[in-house]
Design a binder for this molecule. Structure first.
Ligand code: HEC
Length: 154
């Protein structure tokens, strides 16, 4: 940009005689506006919105009567799990993380789920999933109960 006045030594100055530069400048300004607007109004899946899906998950998966599983589902929905995992269409799938609404039908067991959450790569070698060992034992148990209660939509 700084060098442009020395490189572009044409004598023509009128804007209308410089269609390419004019169109480029207009497009730059327009796209700045459009992208700013898009960025400001972008819809992010907020944790609170994911949590709102929990009652419908409980109904479809049939764990509405299980308070441990319900509490686990809320933790799951509010702890960033859905940044990589989908659950009945909620969340986004990243790093090859599996959809978890049928996790319980694999019958891996509560203990496996807790170990996996504490150190994913210790039980599933090469797993890129981060460790969630900062959760309390009670919370880990709730999430594990929720996962094991997720045997696929009925
Ligand atoms: C950064 C991405 C990422 C996040 C965040 C994440 N996971 Fe995972 N998860 C993965 C990947 C990748 C795998 C597949 C490898 C594996 O099994 O560890 C996986 C696998 C799993 C499995 C399947 C394990 C098995 O062997 O059946 C469960 C259950 C699971 N994650 C639960 C969770 C829970 C609960 C949370 C939130 C507390 C969470 N994940 C957060 C990436 C993620």
């Amino acid at each position: 940009m700084l060098a442009l006045p020395f490189i572009d030594l044409r004598s023509e100055r009128r804007l209308l005689r410089r269609p390419v530069a004019l169109v480029a400048a207009v497009l730059v300004v327009l796209s700045m506006g459009v992208l700013t607007y898009k960025g400001a109004t972008a819809k992010e899946a907020l944790a609170s919105e994911v949590v709102q899906a929990v009652p419908s998950w409980a109904k479809k998966e049939g764990f509405a009567g299980n308070p441990q599983a319900l509490a686990g589902a809320k933790l799951f929905a509010s702890s960033g799990c859905t940044a990589c995992h989908t659950y009945l269409g909620t969340g986004s799938s990243n790093l090859g993380a599996p959809e978890l609404s049928s996790e319980g039908s694999k019958h891996k067991g509560i203990q496996f789920q807790i170990s996996h959450l504490k150190c994913p790569s210790c039980v599933n070698s090469g797993s890129p999933m981060p460790s969630f060992k900062s959760f309390s034992d009670a919370d880990l148990k709730k999430i594990a109960t929720f996962l094991e209660a997720s045997k696929g939509p009925k």
